[in-house]
Ligand binder design. Structure first.
Ligand code: PMP
Ligand code: GLU
Length: 400
């Protein structure tokens, strides 16, 4: 068989995750001895809080080494139900909850469970890289609704209204948003819910994985709107708020029919998430802890520092993010300029040249549906962030 035939059309049509690709590139350069600062992948640089690690060790000793029920350990799902009530004012039972290997898999399960070929899906843009590919893998047709920098990168209810129709399967967005850091207010979410509510076949997938990282105002779930509550699926997980990216634990709270469908898929694909991890995550959600808030305070300090430093680069258009840990500057003023004979035609070339010339790893905005921007994660030490900002100042200053 020729090599051409080995791989499926499915994988040949799949774009590689730009965030993970850049972070691997940064790792490779580092292992070659290069002085790389990676602001590419979005993951807290903190270790998981000790009480959660201790809980996982205890869980291993206590025999949490077997398969769990496919949708998750009962005690973890109970802890999630309590968390959703306590933190978000939402009413669910354990039959609504499915635990997966990260929120990424939760979103993938949902798309596989809900989409038929060519179903329309509205995606707020800029979007998290994987939304588009996961929707496309499930046969869906993404309709990107673009938020503007003038509106703090938030899609308005009027914009949603302009593209809504009876056959939209779901509307997908994150608040706080990756990559822009925008946080939708209660009023904005209510206005969007009011637009979607009359369309009885349309669901909402609300990705709330950055809920603990909000700097001003509060995190609000669109699911609190009664007119869409029974058609809203909340996606969340342990990765960001509890610095547990490597544990691979995400979950959904969904109408029972959808939750069961996701569990059915998962039962054939992964059998569920790791038992001792789930036990420790249950303890994380049930323990009164200020660890997420302490991490958020550090992120806020870093955000302010990076914004101050990047503001010194004339021509860079910055919006001040209210949540998550990303800065998403519009760099279009620099397109057409050159460095060492290479013309910066777009954000892909820009991110490549920044890495090549300064060893600062960022991600091109094109991967997030915003080709004028690049994304920097400030989930890195202050020292590295300061160093990276200086390198970026020199880089942009040397474009001509
Ligand atoms: N949603 C958003 C908006 C994200 O940024 C990420 C990246 N962590 C995920 C979902 C997936 O998170 P995980 O799979 O680590 O739970
Ligand atoms: N969500 C993070 C990011 O956007 C982690 C990497 C990934 O899963 O894509 O960088």
């Amino acid at each position: 068989m020729s090599k051409k035939n080995v791989l499926s059309d499915y994988v040949l049509n799949l774009a590689e995750s730009a965030t993970l690709k850049m972070s691997q590139l940064a790792r490779d350069l580092k292992s070659e001895g290069k002085d790389v600062i990676s602001l590419s992948v979005g993951e807290p640089d903190f270790d998981t809080p000790k009480f959660i690690i201790d809980a996982a060790k205890q869980a291993l000793d206590d025999g949490y080494t077997h398969y769990t029920p496919v949708p998750g350990l009962v005690e973890y799902r109970e802890a999630i139900v309590k968390k959703l009530k306590r933190d978000n004012g939402l009413d669910y039972g354990i039959a609504n909850i499915v635990v997966s290997n990260g929120a990424k898999q939760s979103i993938s399960n949902l798309c596989q469970a809900m989409l038929n070929k060519d179903d329309d899906v509205i995606i707020f843009t800029p979007y998290w890289v994987s939304y588009i590919e996961i929707v496309k893998l499930a046969g869906g047709n993404p309709i990107c609704v673009e938020a503007s920098v003038e509106n703090d990168y938030k899609v308005t209810a009027e914009q949603v209204k302009a593209v809504m129709h009876d056959k939209v399967k779901f509307v997908l967005f994150s608040s706080p948003c990756n990559p822009t850091g925008s946080v939708y207010t209660r009023e904005e979410l209510k206005a969007i819910a009011d637009v979607i509510a009359p369309y009885e076949n349309t669901y909402i997938i609300s990705d709330e994985i950055y809920e603990h990282i909000v700097y001003s105002g509060e995190h609000v779930s669109i699911a609190e709107n009664k007119n869409v509550a029974d058609r809203t699926i909340v996606v969340n997980g342990m990765s960001k708020g509890f610095a547990m990216t490597g544990w691979r634990l995400g979950y959904i709270a969904a109408p029972k029919e959808i939750a069961s469908a996701c569990a059915k898929i998962q039962g054939q694909v992964t059998s569920g998430a790791t038992a001792f991890g789930q036990k420790a995550a249950a303890i994380a959600l049930e323990t009164e802890t200020d660890e997420p808030a302490l991490m958020k305070d550090v992120f806020l300090k870093r955000r302010d520092m990076v914004i101050t430093e990047l503001s010194k680069i004339e021509g860079l258009k910055l919006s001040v993010p209210q949540g998550a840990f990303y800065i998403f500057p519009d760099c279009s003023n620099f397109f057409g300029k050159s460095i060492d004979g290479v013309v910066i035609e777009n954000s892909d070339v820009l991110a490549e040249q920044i890495l090549d010339k300064t060893y600062v790893a960022t991600v091109s905005g094109a991967a997030f549906g915003a080709p004028n921007c690049i994304r920097l994660s400030y989930a890195a030490s202050e020292e590295n962030l300061m160093d990276a900002c200086r390198r970026l100042q020199d880089f942009f200053g040397s474009l001509s």
